[in-house]
Design a protein around this ligand. Structure first.
Ligand SMILES: [Zn+2]
Length: 227
């Protein structure tokens, strides 16, 4: 009997791959490096050689634009001056009214009742002397037709033939306004206080009231109510 050499058979079958290491390993982004490779330095190096002279010249060029900036001052010089002068003239005309008429002096005024007071040549005063600064606007006391006329005593004067049938007379003006206007509305500026005629040195408006266009009556009650 041959001794059976019992070679221990190598049972290779039992390779236990122990992937037992707990948990599966997740592959974290290993692809990130691909982008960096494309940016090779070669093309850049070529470009720099060409551009290097340019950048210096281009940087010097930009400065000129600032010198073209000055234009802004033009807008500031044109606009502001105009609007200011306009509002000034308006406040001078102060329209007041009361009773039957508008106050013929459109500004600060003072007067007393001098009806019948003695005047040159033995005349009695036929109106109210309304003392006001030279140049103060005078206005139509009622709506009607305005007429400008001058005389030695009254100087530059206006007449308003009112729609109410009465005539109003203002004298000693320094200037006319709305000359030849014809019909004007009450309160329309028709002249300016002055000292023409026999009022030299004493600027005022001599104001007469002539009912029905006839003889003058005392205008003091009218202006007292209106001014
Ligand atoms: Zn007078």
């Amino acid at each position: 009997m041959r001794k059976q050499l019992l070679f221990p058979t190598l049972l290779t079958g039992g390779l236990l791959v122990v992937a037992a290491t707990t948990g599966s390993t997740h592959d974290g982004g290993a692809d990130a490096a691909t982008n960096e490779i494309e940016v090779s330095a070669q093309p850049i190096a070529v470009r720099r050689d060409v551009r290097s002279p340019d950048p210096t010249t281009t940087t010097t060029a930009p400065p000129p634009p600032p010198t073209t900036v000055p234009p802004p001052p033009e807008t500031t010089t044109t606009a502001p001056p105009a609007p200011e002068p306009e509002p000034e003239p308006a406040p001078e005309v102060e329209i007041r009214a009361g009773g039957a008429i508008v106050c013929p002096v459109a500004g600060p005024v003072e007067f007393t009742d001098t009806w019948g007071a003695s005047r040159s040549g033995g005349r009695g005063h036929q109106g109210t002397d309304m003392m006001a600064d030279y140049g103060t606007p005078t206005v139509a006391p009622v709506s009607g037709t305005v007429e400008h006329r001058s005389s030695s005593l009254g100087g530059m004067s206006w007449y308003v033939h009112g729609d109410d049938g009465d005539t109003y007379y203002g004298a000693h003006l320094s200037g006319y306004e709305n000359e030849g206007a014809g019909w004007v509305e009450a309160g329309t500026v028709i002249g300016y206080v002055g000292d023409s005629g026999n009022a030299a040195g004493t600027p005022h408006l001599h104001f007469e009231y002539q009912p029905g266009g006839g003889s003058a009556e005392n205008s003091y009650p009218l202006v007292t109510a209106a001014c």
